[in-house]
Design a protein around this ligand. Structure first.
Ligand code: TYM
Length: 334
């Protein structure tokens, strides 16, 4: 069936957004605005699957909205809103809880990572989180989902849920199977302290990540301190696979300078990492500092941000209600 292209994606408002969010997701969100209809959501209901201080959550929703705008999302082109303001997300999530299988959720590696060693103490919300994510996407019948590589498994589950719904309720093609859009060149930005772990908001040391709100000074310090390697840059990409921190720095530089990784390596081979670090810090400052300044400016007018969210949620609600009407009908709800 020929479905109109529609992109949906979400970002959790759980504190500072970082370079991983930016290169893995936000930059793609921005470029997709010129290719298809786009809906971008600050997923506050996902955030509360782990306890959030109410006042911090409130501020973080606005800060994530400001980050969306500062990186180039345009509320006249894309629908920008916060998840809890469209109740269809939770209604569809309940219906999908009844379609999704416990065995499927048991395979989710992110739950295992986030719940830690004592799973009995994790919230039920954290366990069924991937079903809410499927609801976010399917509520709008989205066809494309731009995300970083860490969300791939959740996206596969969303496709399984969509497929099972279409089979169970005998409505082939009712939900499109959403296609993940994952960058080939930089699907996972790694921690600056440990190249085997992804860059994340939850890692304790702030030196592990570049935040979108960092100043030039902070970026310089973090890149100087970033782990690299004691030997000069090799000329073979295969040798770098055993040096994940060095490979991460080179990959970030390749992405920012829009130059193929192999070319960067051949240009820099034999040089010390301090050479790369100087170039990388410059490129990061050029890209991130304007974003950082724009975020701060936008945060000085919170009512403007709230108005954008309100308008976005009104538009999202119209689509959600129309789709929900059909979903309720398919399920047999009156
Ligand atoms: P979240 O809030 O953890 O991350 C937001 C986006 O940033 C990407 N990302 C990364 N990409 C590359 N390298 C990294 N180190 C890195 N860290 C984060 C994530 O892949 C994501 O695209 N469950 C989702 C939010 C969500 C969602 C949705 C996404 C809720 N509903 C529906 C898509 C569709 C999450 O926690 O993302």
């Amino acid at each position: 069936m020929n479905q109109k292209k529609l992109a949906f994606s979400g970002v959790q408002p759980t504190g500072n957004l970082h370079l991983g969010n930016y290169l893995g997701a936000l930059k793609k969100f921005v470029s997709l605005q010129n290719e298809m209809d786009c809906i971008y959501c600050v997923v506050d209901l996902h955030a509360i699957t782990v306890f959030q201080k109410p006042s911090e959550l409130h501020d973080n929703v606005l800060e994530t909205t400001a980050s969306f705008l500062a990186t180039g999302l345009n509320p006249d082109k894309s629908i920008i809103f916060n998840q809890s303001s469209v109740s269809g997300h939770t209604e569809l999530a309940w219906i999908l809880n009844c379609v999704s299988r416990i065995g499927w959720l048991n395979r989710m590696t992110q739950f295992k990572d986030k719940a830690g060693s004592d799973k009995e103490k994790a919230s039920v919300g954290l366990y069924i989180y991937p079903n809410l994510m499927a609801a976010d996407i399917l509520l709008y019948k989205a066809t494309h989902v731009p995300v970083g590589d860490d969300q791939k498994q959740h996206l596969e589950l969303s496709r399984d849920i969509a497929q099972k719904f279409n089979n169970d309720f005998n409505c082939k093609d009712f939900f499109p199977l959403p296609e993940p859009l994952i960058s080939k060149s930089i699907s996972r930005v790694m921690s600056l302290r440990d190249g085997t772990k992804k860059m994340s908001k939850s890692e304790e040391s702030d030196y592990s990540r570049i935040n979108l709100k960092d100043s030039a000074d902070e970026i310089n310090k973090k890149i100087k301190k970033a782990k690299s390697d004691s030997e000069p840059i090799p000329d073979d990409i295969k040798l770098l696979e055993k040096k994940p921190e060095a490979l991460n720095l080179l990959t970030i530089y390749s992405e920012l300078s829009k130059t193929d990784l192999k070319k960067i390596i051949s240009e820099m081979s034999g040089k010390e990492y301090s050479f790369l670090k100087t170039k990388l810090a410059e490129a990061l400052i050029e890209e991130i500092v304007p974003v950082s300044e724009e975020i701060k400016k936008l945060l000085s007018d919170k009512s403007h941000l709230k108005r954008i969210l309100k308008k976005g949620s009104e538009k999202a609600n119209v689509i959600a209600e129309e789709n929900l009407k059909n979903i309720r009908e398919k399920v047999g709800l009156i």
